[in-house]
Design a protein around this ligand. Structure first.
Ligand code: FSO
Ligand code: SF4
Length: 517
């Protein structure tokens, strides 16, 4: 096996014996085989109109290969078979050779991999929009075009062009998902979420899929079961549609990498709607439920359906009964209240106030400290960074990296909290909209704003977002905890030269450098 797609890759180079994530060589090899069969499908589809069923299969297959999504070899056998069938219906074509995927000239492997990993990340977003009935032909076409391109030879300049084009399409994809979520559930509003778990039966829901949450809330209503979000599901509390459900009580635990500790002996089922799933420990393996493309051998799976059947989860929640006393849990810094809901509608709704505060000197700088969390100790950087931001600065955040600091109270500026959670990783779209609106108001470019992006990355959704930011010409991004292993030294140099991407150092040094500008 060879896999270097995520931040925790072995030795910062690549997993070759087994995945640090728990992925076995058998599954890693099937990921490659599926990818190469998808390239064959994209070749066969060239110049033809594809069906929504084929499009859905392409998105699901790509999404399934994202880090911490699916560990089940049987699921990949089924995907490979279906992709082959679809390819043959389209007249057939030769697959790409799996041994060529990650081998050859290091720069070309790097550029090819970056496009592939970005496409995998975008597939997750496209799929969430698809289940809500939204598709964008430009986004769909990009999967086929991108996969076909991955199987071809290109010059370095052509690869860079493909990556920038992809980044722009991923912006359209995030916009599509934003439209899907806000049209189904309303615009998020600022919301305080408790970390206290009440006694009695409950279910924990994690991942990013809001439709799964909606159906679970409907089916558990009036049954004496409370629902708690975990990880990337936290921003759901801010959507008006979900506020209708009084049994959506609060948030359990923190980011994905703490799940084996947080779910240890939990008296409740845990429902994984997407990544990040870690190999479950015996103390809670009988309570883990997966759905959609998420899978793990021997775990219970809720099958796909227009309306999914959650009765096994509900039955187990009632049997387990939850805690006998309320649990006063906290975030990692000891706080027991998390604020969320500062997506584009809310922030742009107070744009006048924000612009006045900048003009009057009350707000000196904006930071977007966001991205994925992970297990590396160096990720304390983000907690310290936020703690050290001066009182005349605003911190916007998103995705699961926020659990490093989202229980901190860092004060207010002009009636607005200094720390504003914009939502899930895909809500990077909101952050981009806010940045563009500020740039318009100040009649300058986004790079001229007093705004710095300090990103943390872990898996492939972060890759597609990074490519979008670069395609928009956004420069001076700080990135950590490490630079992706799939960036060869030459690719890394190009990114530094063209975009001034900077690896994080220490919060003190980085803050000094940023604020001195
Ligand atoms: Fe985190 Fe996992 Fe949202 Fe990722 S839960 S790491 S970028 O899947 O998707 O932020
Ligand atoms: Fe290794 Fe990450 Fe790939 Fe898992 S997803 S095998 S940890 S590089």
């Amino acid at each position: 096996m060879f896999c270097f797609q995520c931040e925790q890759t072995a030795g910062g180079k690549g997993c070759t014996n087994a995945g640090v994530c728990g992925k076995k060589p058998e599954v890693a090899n099937k990921h490659d085989e599926l990818t190469c069969t998808l390239i064959g499908l994209a070749r066969a589809a060239s110049g033809q109109k594809t069906t929504p069923e084929t499009d859905a299969l392409v998105m699901q297959s790509l999404f399934a290969t994202v880090t911490n999504v699916n560990f089940d070899p049987q699921d990949f056998d089924a995907f490979i078979q279906k992709v082959n069938e679809e390819k043959n219906k389209l007249g057939g074509a030769e697959d790409f050779a799996p041994e060529a995927l990650f081998h050859g000239d290091p720069d070309i492997v790097s550029l090819r991999s970056t496009l592939l990993l970005g496409i995998r990340g975008m597939a997750a977003y496209a799929w969430h929009a698809y289940v809500l009935g939204k598709q964008d032909p430009q986004v769909t076409a990009c999967f086929y075009k991108g996969l076909k391109a991955i199987g071809e030879d290109h010059s370095v300049d052509e690869w860079l062009e493909l990556l920038m084009e992809f980044g722009k399409t991923n912006l359209a994809c995030m916009a599509l998902l934003d439209e899907a979520n806000t049209s189904a559930y309303g615009h998020p509003v600022p919301t305080k979420v408790t970390t206290i778990i009440e006694k009695g039966p409950f279910i924990v829901i994690t991942g990013h899929d809001l439709l799964d949450l909606k159906q679970l809330l409907e089916q558990t209503e009036g049954k004496g079961i409370n629902i708690y979000t975990h990880g990337e599901m936290l921003p759901a509390h801010a959507y008006p549609e979900f506020k209708k459900y009084v049994h959506l009580k609060g948030n359990f635990g923190t980011a994905w990498q703490n799940q084996q500790k947080e779910f240890d002996n939990i008296p409740a089922p845990i429902f994984f709607t997407t990544n990040c799933l870690m190999p479950p420990k015996a103390s809670y393996a009988d309570r883990v439920y997966t759905t959609s493309v998420v899978g793990y051998p021997e775990m219970k799976h809720i099958p796909d359906a227009k309306v999914k059947d959650f009765s096994p989860l509900i039955k187990q929640a009632l049997e387990l009964g939850g805690y006998s006393e309320d649990q006063y849990r906290t975030g990692i810094n000891g706080g027991n209240e998390l604020m969320t809901g500062f997506a584009r509608n809310t922030v742009l709704g107070v744009a006048d106030k924000v612009i006045d505060a900048v003009k009057g000197g009350a707000i000196k700088h904006f930071f977007l400290v966001g991205g994925c969390d992970g297990a590396k100790p160096g990720r304390n950087y983000y907690t310290e960074f936020v703690k050290q931001t001066p009182m005349d600065t605003v911190v916007l955040t998103l995705a699961c990296g926020k659990y490093r600091f989202n229980d901190l109270n860092i004060g207010e500026i002009g009636g607005l909290p200094r720390l504003m959670d914009m939502g899930q990783c895909n809500d990077a779209y909101s952050a981009i909209q806010v940045a563009v609106a500020l740039a318009q108001a100040f009649e300058c470019g986004v790079n001229d704003l007093p705004l710095t992006l300090v990103l943390s990355w872990y898996e492939q959704k972060a890759v597609c977002i990074l490519l979008t930011l670069l395609a928009l010409g956004i420069k001076n991004i700080y990135i950590g905890p490490s630079i992706p292993a799939f960036f060869s030294s030459n690719v890394r140099n190009v990114l530094v030269e063209k975009f001034n991407i900077t690896p994080i150092s220490t919060p003190e040094n980085d803050l000094t450098a940023i604020l001195a500008k």
